[in-house]
Design a protein around this ligand. Structure first.
Ligand SMILES: [Zn+2]
Length: 219
């Protein structure tokens, strides 16, 4: 088992850990507290991830409606479950659970955005109408969280080229993109199409990373 070092980082502190049995595997759940906000962030770890080999990983931003309330407006809940299943199948990996709800705008504002979408806006237009960026998420916490476990290279489960770009900028190598395509339905079809058209999400099989990063937003 990978045990985080007790060393504090300037962005957040590692606090404690426990066993977390799930339907797919028994993970170790690690808790962190972010200094600037007091927010509690989590890492779910399976197997030896500090051995220097690229680690199957998911960087998941909190979506209470999708992760907990079974919302079909988005694909978050299915992506969370799919990522944990895949890590369990391989017996090794990490899922970072970041508390940045609603692409960073918070739960109530996300519900405001849903309301605007019911009036005809798409997910990007709704955020902009509320005065937010289309995507206000920040991934800088990933670096100290992964460093706690000695992870420097990822096989990242994502459809989002911005997330790959963010990891690379942080100095975290992305050795491979692992597509995570789940649960397209009548309710989230246009939402997923908007993420593809306006946020550059890749809704097909894995392409070479260089090609995927060259033209985000055009596929
Ligand atoms: Zn969601």
């Amino acid at each position: 088992m990978s045990t985080p070092s007790p060393a504090a980082d300037q962005l957040l502190d590692y606090v404690t850990s426990c066993a977390l049995p799930t339907p797919w595997a028994q993970f170790t759940l690690h808790a962190f507290i972010e200094h600037s906000t007091g927010k509690e962030h989590l890492a779910m770890v399976l197997g030896d991830i500090g051995d220097g080999e690229p680690v199957l990983a998911r960087v998941h931003s909190e979506c209470l409606t999708g992760d907990v309330l079974f919302s079909q407006r988005c694909d978050c809940g299915a992506q969370l479950e799919g990522a944990l299943r895949r890590i369990a199948e391989e017996g090794r990996g990490v899922l970072l659970y970041l508390r940045q709800e609603g692409r960073g705008i918070g739960l109530v504002n996300k519900i405001r955005a849903y309301r605007l979408q019911e009036a005809g806006a798409d997910t990007v237009e709704a955020n902009l109408q509320l005065g937010f960026h289309a995507d206000a998420r920040n991934y800088e916490l990933c670096k100290p969280m992964l460093e706690q476990f000695g992870v420097r290279s990822l096989r990242l489960m994502t459809n989002n080229p911005r997330k790959i770009d963010a990891m690379t900028r942080l100095g975290i190598a992305v050795a491979e993109r692992v597509p995570l395509l789940v649960n397209r339905n009548a309710f989230n079809d246009s939402y997923l199409n908007t993420k593809q058209a306006k946020l550059g999400h890749m809704m097909g099989p894995a392409e070479p990373l260089a090609a995927a990063l060259a033209e985000p937003g055009t596929n």
